[in-house]
Design a protein around this ligand. Structure first.
Ligand SMILES: Cc1cc2nc3c(=O)[nH]c(=O)nc-3n(C[C@H](O)[C@H](O)[C@H](O)COP(=O)(O)OP(=O)(O)OC[C@H]3O[C@@H](n4cnc5c(N)ncnc54)[C@H](O)[C@@H]3O)c2cc1C
Length: 405
């Protein structure tokens, strides 16, 4: 009788898909080896709720997922760290501290970083962004200081510019406007978008509704405007226009993080790891991936959005479970991206804009729905004693989270 091979699966990152893998492993342990989770922090934060955090509707704990706890529940080991490269054969991971981990299987769910963050002059020195949470916290501090200065002087000298015109950027613009307004302060807020219209990832109707509400909330929108440099005082555009900004928030599209870029695995033209619909590297190495860091070879149109990472989670869990058991090649589960999904943008005035199957509506119910969906999502990855209170089987999340608006 041969001894069973003991495999080591290394999960890089505590993103949307990996927390589902861990939840599944906590419900029914993976056989065949050990799970090691490497992530820069024991906690992940659900980005869908970061605009609400910036607005002041949520405290940090509301969007926190304890990845180290989930790992323990799954019978695995959590190690704080940052992966620098994954070997092309998937048999080792080098960490940023130089440590090399031998392994049999690797899965990456390391997310993305805003494109231009490293190469546009002045961005890394002067701009804020929304992730990780420490950067969102620094942004909140900067806004609060600007509010204090405006109150002391009786007039606002600060100005905010948000680079990017996607859903996250639009929500952050509304959130900043609302945070200042709640303190009876107003400063100029400008959204800078390189494309011809806002929300290029959605149908035109969503962009039109958002533009109307932005105008109403005195948020300026510049389209066909490419930010080329950032200083402490302004954003310089490629066509040489200048936008005054003492608080610049950089949220331009998704670019690959260093480990995605620097590993010698098959990639698409934008340096994201190319995977088949089983979420395995197209090169055949025992490497899987999900979320923003991958490019689906068969569905290149899939945008970088959390909703896709969430749906990839169960498929990844099935395939990693099989690979741990030595059955990676048998009937792997496949992921087929959803063509449409509900999108809800919080306009930080007690309402939200919702798009579903081509229809766009704005009101209080969409915000309640968003708050409910978001907090239910976070709840799923928490121990029962840390969930939102319930009346019968109904979570009270929506009731609590919209309270600040
Ligand atoms: C403000 C804002 C709002 C958004 N709102 C929405 C929304 O409402 N709906 C939606 O669908 N999408 C939204 N998005 C997009 C969404 O956040 C991303 O698509 C989603 O987070 C990607 O999930 P992921 O699982 O790939 O990675 P993430 O959830 O970003 O997780 C990545 C994990 O990897 C870790 N990590 C990073 N580098 C390393 C490394 N080298 N080694 C180990 N670990 C590493 C990180 O610490 C983190 O734990 C929003 C984005 C922003 C910026």
């Amino acid at each position: 009788m041969t001894a069973r091979h003991h495999r080591r699966l290394v999960l890089l990152g505590g993103g949307h898909a990996h927390i589902e893998v861990l939840r599944q492993a906590a419900r029914r342990r993976f056989n065949g080896g050990e799970i090691l989770v490497i992530s820069p922090s024991a906690h992940s934060h659900y980005t869908g709720m970061i605009p609400g955090f910036v607005r002041g509707s949520y405290k940090e704990f509301a969007l926190t997922i304890d990845v180290a706890w989930l790992t323990r529940a799954a019978g695995g080991t959590f190690q704080e760290g940052c992966a620098a490269t994954v070997a092309a054969d998937g048999r080792s991971v080098e960490l940023e501290n130089g440590h090399v981990l031998e392994c049999d299987l690797v899965s990456a769910d390391v997310g993305s970083e805003p494109s231009g963050w490293r190469d546009v002059p002045g961005v890394a020195d002067h701009a804020f962004t929304a992730r990780p949470i420490e950067r969102a916290m620094a942004l909140v501090d900067a806004i609060d200081h600007a509010i204090e200065r405006a109150r002391e002087r009786g007039t606002a000298r600060d100005a905010v510019a948000i680079v990017g015109g996607g859903g996250g950027a639009v929500e952050i613009a509304f959130a900043i406007r609302a945070r200042a307004e709640a303190a009876a302060v107003s400063f100029p807020v400008t959204l800078i978008e390189a494309e011809a219209r806002l929300l290029p990832e959605f149908e035109a109707a969503m962009g039109q509704t958002a533009s109307r509400v932005l105008r109403k909330r005195s948020i300026d929108v510049l389209t066909r405007a490419r930010a080329a440099a950032v200083t402490a005082e302004e954003v310089l555009l490629a066509d040489e226009r200048r936008v005054a900004s003492t608080i610049t928030v950089w949220l331009g599209g998704a670019g690959p993080v260093a480990v995605t870029r620097n590993s010698s695995l098959p990639k698409d033209a934008n340096h994201f790891w190319e995977v088949t619909s089983t979420l395995r590297s197209t090169g055949g190495a025992p490497v899987w991936g999900a979320g923003d860091c991958i490019a689906l070879r068969d569905f290149p149109w899939v945008p970088k959005a959390g909703v896709y990472a969430v749906r990839e989670g169960p498929v990844l869990a099935v395939n990693l479970r099989a690979a741990m058991a030595g059955e990676a090649d048998r009937d792997a589960a496949t992921y087929e991206p959803q063509q449409s999904y509900v999108s809800i943008l919080d306009t930080a005035d007690g309402r939200a804009i919702m798009r579903w199957k081509g229809r766009v509506i704005r009101g209080r119910v969409p915000l309640w729905l968003k708050s409910y969906i978001d907090s239910q999502f976070v709840d799923r990855y928490r121990p029962s004693w840390r969930r939102w209170p319930r009346v019968g089987s109904v979570s009270m999340a929506g009731r609590y989270v919209t309270r600040a608006d």
